[in-house]
Write a protein that binds this ligand. Structure first.
Ligand SMILES: Cc1cc2nc3c(=O)[nH]c(=O)nc-3n(C[C@H](O)[C@H](O)[C@H](O)COP(=O)(O)O)c2cc1C
Length: 217
């Protein structure tokens, strides 16, 4: 008999702006799989978090924009997040990096210690996987607990059925297994004490309140 899950809620979104985004479809399937696993999914669109290009002068004059605050607020209602991101020129899209940069300006720093699962979809044979390696860098830098496994959907323009499911049954199973594994980890993170107690932007830096980016839990 399997043990029922304790309550878990994840923020899920695709990181492409365009209508008909393959990554939005994959994010939708992730939300379905999360529900099927007995957890809650808050399916968002990156347009819910629209922000101007990061500019230190804008921040000084007007503070952090509403889109970044909205992201922070949605993240606060969740125990982790799932991003399905396109790969642009072997890296993450600028729109996503720009959002991360704005959100990182908030204190407490919203990504610290939050579990994250990364996915991608692309018409290419590698499914946008290189973009996810670039996405890991800022997220791990900010203290997010990025799940070691990632899911990249190759030839994504042929990968879905008309009703939006996976054309290949085995692929659908692997996708659900990845989600289930991530949910197991989130459940453990939420319900068991964690190993890392503080987020320090640069380990070993000199203590200086003027520049400190340190948060103890
Ligand atoms: C500026 C730009 C750069 C791209 N670079 C890559 C790339 O490096 N690797 C890749 O697999 N696809 C690349 N693509 C193709 C995208 O993977 C494809 O457009 C995909 O459908 C985008 O995701 P979406 O469907 O969620 O919008 C690029 C597309 C654009 C617009």
């Amino acid at each position: 008999m399997t043990t029922p899950r304790r309550p878990i809620r994840l923020l899920v979104f695709g990181a492409a702006l365009r209508t008909g985004s393959l990554n939005a479809r994959l994010a939708g399937l992730a939300a379905d799989a999360i529900h099927a696993e007995g957890a809650e999914a808050d399916l968002a669109h990156i347009r819910d978090f629209e922000v101007p290009l990061y500019d230190g002068d804008t921040e000084k004059a007007h503070g952090v924009p509403a889109g970044a605050l909205a992201f922070r607020d949605r993240l606060l209602t969740a125990n982790g997040f799932v991003i399905s991101s396109p790969e642009y020129n072997a890296a993450m899209p600028g729109v996503l990096k720009n959002l991360i940069d704005w959100v990182s300006r908030l204190k407490p720093q919203p990504f610290a210690k939050v579990p994250a699962l990364l996915m991608s979809a692309s018409p290419s044979m590698v499914g946008g996987n290189r973009g996810l390696w670039s996405l890991r860098v800022p997220l791990e830098h900010l203290g997010a607990r990025v799940y070691p496994e990632m899911f990249s959907l190759a030839q994504a323009h042929h990968a879905f059925t008309e009703d939006g499911g996976f054309a290949e049954e085995e692929l659908g199973r692997r996708f659900s297994d990845t989600i289930a594994g991530f949910l197991d980890l989130v459940e453990a993170e939420v319900h068991y004490p964690c190993a890392k107690h503080a987020w320090v932007e640069f380990l070993g830096e000199h203590v200086d309140p003027a520049i400190d980016r340190v948060q103890a839990s």
